[in-house]
Structures are given as C-alpha cells and as structure tokens.
Design a protein around this ligand. Structure first.
Ligand code: 5GP
Length: 182
C-alpha cells in the first residue's frame, strides 16, 4: 500500500470484501428488475468510476454506459450547493431506461439537480444507484432506488473517492483523518 500523505491517515470504514458482496447483490437486483430491457448506466465522474466498473460486470442486461462530470465540491470537503456540468453525456437518453451510478449522496444537492436535469431529457425511466449514503446531512430528498451502504457523517476516501485527487486507489472505503482529529 502507498505510504500515507503527511498529516493524514486513513481508517477502513467499509472493507473491500463487503463492497464486493454488496455490488454483486445490487447487480443481481438490477438485472432482475429491468427484465432484459436495454439499460443505460450514467456514471458520475470521477468518484463512481470504480463502483460502476464493478457493478456493470454484475449486471446481466444489454447495457450501454455514458459518463458525466459534475462539480459541486471544488477543493473543499463540504458541498457548495452549486452544481456545474463539466462533461455532458455523449449520447441522448431520450426513450431509454437510465440508471444514474453515483459514489455518495451527502446533502443530496448534486443528485437532486441531476435527476431533474436528466428527467427533462425524456428517458423512459430514471433511477439512481449509489454506493454510499450519508443521510445525516441531507438537505433535499433524493429517490435512491439502489443503495450500497449508509455511513455516518464522516469524510471518506477510497474505492474511487478522493480528496484533491488522492486515495482513489484504496480498495476499502476509508475515513480520512487529519492531524489533530480523533
Ligand atoms: P452532495 O451534493 O450530495 O452534498 O454531494 C455529492 C458529491 O459530493 C459526491 O458525488 C461526492 O463527489 C462529494 N462527496 C460527498 N461526501 C463525500 C465524502 O465523504 N468523500 C468524498 N470523497 N466525496 C464526497
């Protein structure tokens, strides 16, 4: 494992074995629910890339994948509430069954915005699959059809999630602890 960055350490919160099991279960549920209908996965970059890569391999349906990048956080670890599309979809979702694949729902502001935005583009159906849910800080209700784990209000990294682009390669979802914190 790479050495930690100065002044920081990470502590596993959700282990990779638990993640692998949950991703398999979610993939099976999605496969059953969509009954062989073609499905478009919209992966929210960058945090959801690892989750989406694993999840897609457990979905036994004719799927296509598209990618979107949104910004709401900047360099900070708290949501600004301002959502900007940095990379839009390459293909239309009009008339398609669409499943948004997200890493984590915190205040809900990002997904609330995205859900409304994509709904207006005419998909046949629109659902959300998130790996992590931090319900304590929710500001707006978000319909999460598929959810991996509920976690406490702590900043996490690993399994695709970063802080300033670091730690995405950790296999576990980890709590990020900075010097002076418990
Ligand atoms: P929301 O709009 O729900 O507050 O925030 C959603 C986005 O904030 C997520 O897609 C993710 O990029 C970022 N985020 C929220 N909580 C965390 C966290 O604990 N760790 C990391 N790395 N990103 C987070």
């Amino acid at each position: 494992m790479a050495p930690p960055y100065p002044g920081e350490r990470t502590e596993p919160l959700v282990m990779h074995e638990q993640i692998a099991h949950k991703v398999e279960v979610l993939g099976r549920r999605i496969t059953v629910d969509y009954e062989q209908k073609p499905l478009t996965l919209i992966v929210i970059l960058k945090g959801a890339f690892m989750f989406a890569a694993d999840l897609a391999r457990h979905i036994d349906l004719p799927i296509t994948m598209d990618f979107m990048a949104l910004s709401s956080y900047g360099e900070s670890t708290r949501s600004s509430g301002i959502v900007k599309i940095q990379k839009d979809l390459d293909h239309s979702v009009d008339g398609r069954h669409v499943l948004i694949v997200e890493d984590i729902v915190d205040t809900g502001l990002t997904l609330n915005y995205l859900f409304g935005h994509l709904k207006a583009r005419g998909p046949l159906s629109l659902r959300i699959c998130t790996l992590l849910d931090k319900p304590e800080r929710r500001k707006v209700a978000v319909p999460m059809h598929y959810k991996g784990f509920e976690i406490p209000d702590q900043f996490v990294v690993g399994y695709g999630l970063d802080v300033d682009e670091r730690y995405r390669n950790l296999p576990d979802v980890c709590r990020l602890i900075r010097e002076g914190e418990a």
